[in-house]
Write a protein that binds this ligand. Structure first.
Ligand SMILES: Nc1nc2c(ncn2[C@@H]2O[C@H](COP(=O)(O)OP(=O)(O)OP(=O)(O)O)[C@@H](O)[C@H]2O)c(=O)[nH]1
Ligand SMILES: [Mg+2]
Length: 470
């Protein structure tokens, strides 16, 4: 990126505010590091200044500094005023802060506040994080007064704006009264899609000399998001093509052999899906235990139900062939292909188990071919639909989740169908005819048709997801 050439030093941004407003959480969201610092409901959690870096192409563009919460602003402002009176000189804001930092109270009563102010003086700008559910009190006004003495551009950030008890208008009025007109709303736990872009562009407006760095960061984030979506869609396409191609050979049509074969196929699909979930989580820089939602029935990054679970299918309004015996034999969602015929394994199982001669007769002369020819089990089309819907739903939920989220209850993404229910995409039908595509290894890398199918299918999935995002 050529634009980075002229950038010689990173922008230093302090994150300040009253205690417990979400400062450390903001760092987690902006760095996409769910393990940054310590976050808790207790006030006074962060006790020291802690830095985090934002890199683009290996270059540090921004250094963010988490700071301890300010706890006694009223007392501190009174002290600063008293110190100004005693000194009698006309010092500017930063000089007054320096004077305070050199005084004894900065090492005693106001040790925490001193850490914040020292960092403020060293920074190019600061975010002032506000819990907008709080009423605007004297302590907040005093806190802002003190921070403004540092002479650094301050961008107030209204957190908890989505909460019903947010007092956004009162805060805007109070901030305007203090001369702070550039304000950003930013829900730290569940930021909107363009939340970060707005945050940095507002900051760029306040920091003219560093606008190029912030613009480069914004562009990089957009590019990263695009590449991440592309890579994610590709992972899903690979999963679907692999599963569509899966076949489990069964040597006889004996119900027990069928049930064992069906179970082996079932286990293989569950494993493949799990591997895909793990790759998606790591692509979006989440840990398995970050994800647990009602909409997405994942526990510790693992689906509660395997894709063959009738509840899951029902949820998506899908059915798979299922006779009485099918569920019991783990055969639901699995087809038998034999002698060029595709039959629901369940139907056949039901016929064999129940001695349903009627059904057997129905297959007529093809039955012989089935008995003697090659017999394979494969997954039902609807299982592929479930897999597609779940993985795309997961991506949408991950996109909406900030890295500061503590619980996952806020995810509203429901798993919705992605593949249409009339005919499977051509690539998946092609995969049905190419069992070798179910392999996991490097021999597949050279298969041009497979590569093409992955690219086409992932483009289709990307498009379907775009419609789900609206
Ligand atoms: N629902 C919700 N909770 C949030 C949000 N931001 C922060 N929290 C929660 O608020 C609490 C305080 O968050 P922290 O990030 O530790 O706040 P802090 O400002 O760093 O606190 P100190 O270090 O103690 O000053 C935690 O329980 C967070 O999970 C938000 O946007 N939405
Ligand atoms: Mg903190």
């Amino acid at each position: 990126m050529n634009k980075l050439q002229g950038i010689d030093k990173p922008v230093h941004i302090a994150v300040a505010g009253h205690t417990n407003t979400g400062k450390t959480s903001l760092l987690r969201t902006l760095t996409r590091d769910a393990r940054f610092g310590e976050v808790s409901d207790r006030p006074g959690t962060t006790r020291h200044v802690e830095a985090a870096r934002l890199l683009v192409n290996g270059r540090v563009l921004v250094e963010l500094y988490d700071t301890p919460g300010i706890e006694e602003p009223i007392e501190l402002l009174a002290l600063l005023e008293q110190q100004a009176l005693v000194s009698g000189s006309r010092e500017d804001g930063p000089q007054r802060i320096q004077r305070f930092l050199a005084s004894a109270p900065a090492r005693e009563q106001f040790e925490q506040e001193a850490k914040v102010l020292r960092q403020m003086l060293k920074s190019d700008a600061a975010f002032y994080v506000i819990d907008s559910r709080d009423p605007v009190l004297a302590k907040h006004r005093d806190e802002l007064e003190i921070l403004r003495l540092c002479g650094v551009p301050l961008l107030p950030l209204l957190n908890f704006v989505a909460d019903a008890s947010a007092r956004e208008a009162a805060w805007r009025e109070a901030l305007a009264g203090l001369g702070l007109h550039a304000i950003v709303r930013f829900d730290i736990v569940a930021p909107t899609e363009d939340g970060e872009r707005l945050l940095y562009s507002k900051l760029a407006g306040l920091l003219d000399s560093h606008a190029d760095v912030l613009t480069a960061l914004i562009e990089n984030h957009a590019e990263e998001a695009r590449l991440r979506q592309q890579a994610a869609a590709q992972q899903i396409a690979e999963l679907l093509l692999g599963v569509a191609a899966c076949r489990q050979r069964v040597s006889t049509l004996d119900p027990q052999a069928l049930a064992l074969g069906a179970q082996a196929l079932n286990d293989d699909v569950v494993k493949r899906e799990q591997a895909c979930v793990e790759r998606l989580l790591s692509l979006y820089r989440f840990y398995p235990d970050d994800i647990e939602t009602a909409a997405l029935p994942l526990i510790d990054g693992r689906w509660q139900q395997d894709p063959f679970d009738p509840v899951m299918l029902q949820y998506l309004g899908m059915r798979v062939g299922g006779g009485a015996a099918a569920g019991a034999a783990a055969g639901a969602g699995i087809d038998l292909i034999a002698g060029g015929l595709t039959l629901g394994a369940a139907t056949l199982l039901g016929a064999l188990l129940g001695g349903g001669l009627q059904t057997l007769r129905h297959y007529g002369s093809n039955l012989m071919a089935m008995m003697t020819g090659e017999k394979n089990l494969r997954v039902d089309d609807n299982i592929l639909r479930v897999l597609a819907a779940r993985q795309c739903g997961l991506i949408l939920a991950l996109e909406r989740r900030g890295h500061a989220a503590q619980q996952a209850t806020s995810a509203t993404t429901a798993v919705r169908p992605v593949l249409n229910d009339s005919e499977l995409p051509a690539e998946l039908r092609l995969a049905r005819a190419n069992p070798q595509w179910s392999g996991h290894n490097a021999d597949l890398l050279g298969d041009e048709r497979l590569q093409k199918a992955i690219n086409t299918l992932s483009a289709e999935l990307t498009q379907s997801m775009a419609t789900l995002r609206i």
